[in-house]
Ligand binder design. Structure first.
Ligand code: EPU
Length: 439
């Protein structure tokens, strides 16, 4: 059942919250554990829905999975890996995008994989053509089934050359997870190099893989015969850190984000400072705050790393509704990530969407009828409203908007936020937010 959060806005958030491991890394390291011949231990694992879904899928494949929520330690033993019943796999249809990454590891270990239809946020079409094309190059064959796809490789998986049409995070991970124990060398060009991918490479190297990251987005993987289990502490969640930073700024408050890592957030920190936010970096994390004075408008574009992460964009837009002048946001990663601005307009924001590329360079969505540029006119007073969460990052942005608004908001569908933000209601209460969870 959809959960609703009643929020009384107008109170500055003050206090400390603790980050755990990155949603967009942890689930991938969990998949990597299948490739090992022994148990893996992953630390700093957040209690979020994506971890639950991937744990379930691993268990359906015979892996032994145990999770200590308090310590954030997850242990996965793939020794008894086996093919599941398709009817069982069907139970996770539509719940996450991670299952697509099981392809290579399962084909290596079991000779075939059945991948249920994917879920994830509706922020664009999100096709899997790059993934399937990569797998075909390794020698895999793909059959469409009623509730998913079947992948198999009668002659095994072999190293190959792959050039991604776009530096896709998922397709880069797919290639890494397939290449490590494929026979021969794989060269991946136009790869994504996000910090979460670099940490996945750390994990694979601990397992025995040979991977070199060269300049210009080229990754070379020399296939090895086998991999062992790993012990690893996940990097912190930089998307969550930026969300709390905007919550502090938009409410005029101060939030110490324990565990936030400067080097993964350089691009965000520059923008945060340019719009008038401030932060202090200390040994324990980063303290974000509104230093007083006016917030300033800015033109920005989202991009692949080291550009401005698209997952940082939605919470930032809420802060920009409080900035003086016209801000321009050009979203170049997803064609359809601005649907959430309707609700902000209902709350009093002035955001107009455009099909044109309002950025320094035209992106892939030029002339394609997608409203992927936004002009935000500020500052505007936000008023409480009844709104419904459409996707993960938009959901957190709605919480920020409701906290910054005058009056009461009812935000429904907040369970979607649990997919990526651990204990967010407790964290909000600790920061002094006036909220009530209605089930
Ligand atoms: N794309 C294709 N074909 C493909 C794969 C991707 O056209 O086969 C396109 C997508 O449609 C999109 C672009 O390439 O327009 C980038 O997609 P990418 O593959 O990089 O994204 P992803 O792997 O599906 C991950 C994160 C996203 C994050 C992006 C970009 C996970 C589980 N998800 O998605 O996180 O926005 O990388 O950094 O790792 C979020 O956390 O809110 C979230 C959406």
């Amino acid at each position: 059942m959809s959960e609703k959060l009643k929020i009384k806005g107008g109170k500055a958030l003050q206090g400390t919250i603790e980050l755990r491991g990155a949603k967009n890394f942890v689930s991938k390291a969990m998949v990597a554990s299948i490739l090992g011949n022994s148990k893996s231990v992953l630390e700093n694992v957040p209690a979020i829905k994506d971890v639950e879904v991937v744990s379930k899928l691993l268990m359906l494949h015979g892996c032994d999975v145990s999770y200590n929520k308090t310590k954030g330690v997850l242990e996965i033993d793939p020794e008894n890996i086996s093919s599941p019943k398709i009817a069982d796999v069907d139970t996770v249809v539509g719940s996450s995008r991670i299952p697509i990454l099981f392809c290579g590891p399962l084909v290596h270990k079991l000779g075939e994989a059945f991948i249920p239809a994917l879920g994830g946020c509706k922020i664009g079409d999100r096709p899997i053509d790059f993934h399937l094309e990569s797998l075909r190059k390794f020698g895999a064959q793909i059959e469409k089934k009623e509730h998913g796809i079947r992948i198999f490789a009668p002659d095994g998986l072999h190293g190959t050359k792959i050039n991604l049409p776009y530096p896709s995070v998922g397709a880069t991970e797919q290639t890494l997870l397939t290449a490590c124990i494929a026979d021969g060398v794989t060269q991946l060009t136009n790869a994504a190099i996000e910090p979460e991918i670099m940490d996945l490479i750390n994990v694979l190297q601990k397992m025995g893989a040979i991977i070199s990251v060269n300049t210009d987005r080229v990754i070379t993987i020399e296939g090895v015969k086998e991999l062992r289990g790993f012990t690893h502490i996940s990097l912190p969640d930089r998307a969550e850190a930026a969300s709390w930073a905007n919550a502090a700024l938009a409410t005029g408050g101060r939030v110490q984000v324990l565990g936030a890592k400067q080097s993964d957030m350089t691009t965000f920190l520059n923008i945060f400072r340019k719009i008038g936010g401030e932060f202090d970096i200390n040994d324990n994390g980063i303290e974000f705050y509104h230093p007083g004075g006016e917030l300033k408008s800015i033109p920005i574009e989202t991009d692949v790393h080291p550009g401005f992460l698209t997952d940082w964009m939605q919470p930032l837009v809420v802060s920009l509704t409080q900035a003086h002048g016209l801000s321009i946001v050009h979203e170049t990663v997803y064609e359809n990530r601005f649907g959430f601005t309707n609700a902000l307009n209902k709350m009093g924001a002035k955001i107009q969407l455009y099909r044109e590329c309002l950025g320094s360079v035209p992106c892939r969505f030029q002339q394609r009828n997608f409203k992927h540029s936004a002009v935000i006119s500020g500052p505007t007073k936000l008023r409480g409203a009844d709104i419904e969460v459409p996707d993960l990052r938009a959901g957190f942005s709605y919480l920020i908007a409701a906290l910054a608004a005058e009056g009461e908001s009812n935000v429904s569908g907040v369970d979607i936020i649990e997919r990526g933000y651990e204990s967010f209601t407790e964290k909000l209460e600790n920061l002094g937010a006036n909220i009530e969870l209605l089930k």
